[in-house]
Design a protein around this ligand. Structure first.
Ligand code: PRP
Length: 209
């Protein structure tokens, strides 16, 4: 049985459709209920819905053989997994944002509010800029408005959240999208099945280009 961790939500549903098109369907997953695990013994697949930010944990620890996780999570937590394919879904970017007109004069330690402390620390270390990281868990955009931080490091998709809170992008750190990932041992043991899925997903990505 191949264990597949899918990110709960709209992205996960798109991803499941790609697995289905690859010939690894599991019809019960489309039934509306609150079940989290679904399997198709004939196709030898078991899918489960997990919180998007938890997919990499399931895969790294082998509870899932493969899964789909955002590049933001992979950069932030650096799980020991194989990154097999860019699915080119859930595209957004990790960016530094600040109140409109903000200029970093470089004089004081920069206060940075973020959920992604690892990505923020790496980014400013590369620039040689000293920062004070303020770890938040959501609604990051509020921090500079209330004077809790000077800037934020967060995900920007359409830019609407920034705009509606009078913030603007200062710089893009890295583009983000969903990636197919595999457990290292699982990849060796179940290579044939995983590579079949990988190949089909790759072709589907190409067709969308
Ligand atoms: C993300 C991010 C921004 C928003 C950006 O939050 O933290 O708040 O999306 O999207 P936009 O550029 O299209 O406005 P998300 O909704 O994922 O929830 P979160 O606050 O839990 O991070």
């Amino acid at each position: 049985m191949l264990n597949i961790a899918l990110p709960k939500g709209r992205l996960g549903e798109k991803v499941y459709s790609m697995f289905e098109a690859a010939g690894f369907e599991c019809p019960s997953i489309r039934e509306t209920n609150r079940k989290l695990i679904f399997e198709n013994t004939e196709k030898q697949v078991r899918y489960f819905w997990v919180k998007p930010s938890d997919v990499a944990i399931y895969v790294e620890r082998g509870a899932a053989d493969i899964g789909v996780a955002g590049k933001d999570i992979l950069l932030e937590y650096e799980p020991d997994i194989y990154e097999l394919l860019d699915l080119e879904l859930g595209k957004c970017r990790m960016a530094v944002a600040a109140p409109a007109g903000f200029r970093d004069d470089g004089k004081r330690t920069l206060r940075v509010a973020t959920k992604f402390t690892g990505i923020a620390a790496d980014h400013y270390a590369r620039l040689g800029r000293q920062i004070d990281i303020i770890k938040l868990n959501g609604s990051i955009e509020i921090a500079p408005i209330l004077g809790l931080s000077d800037v934020i490091v967060d995900i920007v998709e359409t830019g609407t959240t920034l705009k509606e809170n009078n913030l603007e992008v200062v710089e893009t750190i890295v583009p983000i999208s969903a990636r197919l990932i595999a457990n290292k041992a699982g990849f060796q043991f179940k290579r044939t099945q995983i590579e079949r899925i990988q190949q089909s997903l790759k072709e589907q990505v190409k067709q969308h280009d």
